[in-house]
Design a protein around this ligand. Structure first.
Ligand code: AP5
Ligand code: MG
Ligand code: ZN
Length: 214
């Protein structure tokens, strides 16, 4: 199964991706996570990406497309994959399409988690993430069992640097201008499916399973 997840920042892509990846045994590939790992390891890719991410801007297509193509050629992608946060521009979507065509493969679905912008700010500013294992929480909607500590590995959870009010506003703006056009791109290909992302986390997952044919 090959799935891409669409939706604004804070829609719950990462949250749902973990469950989808477990249920369907496909790797969860998040371009944001790959960039953040590179930033924490101070690699050349991380240094480049940080300039954009900290300001809520997109990392240039020239960097992002090659990075994803490379990742999709790893062995674990043979049985399918779940892309979270890619594609994010029309150029990225076209590059993915070319990559798939060249291998005689196709996407199963582009799944959009719909959440109106008035929900987003509270979700993003309340998000906490584990810097060690990547688990994600929300101080109100999905708090860790012990305040401030990751359920999975016990590390102190932190706030993402780009989850401040100003940067979130910029990311929403970038989403509307650069990523929203992909909804029509996939609608035209008859690949778009949508779920209501304003429901509780487990209800969103149930809706996703229905869409994926369970
Ligand atoms: P990325 O990491 O992809 O960030 P994003 O798209 O802005 O999305 P988020 O990760 O912020 O939100 P999410 O939808 O995953 O929500 P989550 O599940 O965490 O990208 C970061 C940056 O990297 C970009 O700005 C860009 O610079 C760069 N980048 C990445 N990909 C790129 C690309 N392809 N091209 C160029 N640049 C790229 O949930 C959010 C919060 O809400 C959490 O606290 C969660 O607990 C809570 N929550 C989730 N679901 C619910 C629910 N149903 N009800 C209540 N709360 C909920
Ligand atoms: Mg995410
Ligand atoms: Zn952890």
């Amino acid at each position: 199964m090959k799935i891409i997840l669409l939706g604004p920042p804070g829609a719950g892509k990462g949250t749902q991706a973990k469950s989808i990846s477990n249920r369907y045994s496909i790797p969860h590939i998040s371009t944001g996570d790959i960039f953040r790992k590179n930033i924490s390891e101070n690699t050349p890719l991380g240094v480049e990406a940080k300039k954009y991410i900290d300001n809520g801007q997109l990392v240039p297509d020239s960097v992002t497309i090659d990075m994803v193509k490379d990742r999709l050629q790893h062995d674990d992608c043979k049985k399918g994959y779940l892309l979270d946060g890619f594609p994010r521009t029309v150029a990225q979507a076209e590059a993915l399409q070319e990559f798939l065509d060249s291998r005689n493969e196709k996407l199963d679905t582009a799944l959009c988690i719909e959440v109106p912008s008035e929900f987003i700010l509270e979700r993003m500013t309340g998000r906490r993430v584990c810097p060690s294992c990547g688990a994600s929480y929300h101080i109100k909607f999905n708090p860790p069992a012990v305040e401030g500590k990751c359920d999975v590995c016990g590390s102190d959870v932190i706030q993402r640097k780009d989850d401040t009010v100003d940067t979130v506003k910029e990311r929403l703006d970038v989403y509307e201008r650069q990523t929203q056009p992909l909804i029509d791109f996939y609608k035209d290909k008859n690949l778009l499916s949508t779920v209501d992302g304003t429901q509780a986390i487990n209800s969103v997952f149930e809706s996703i399973c229905k869409v994926l044919g369970e």
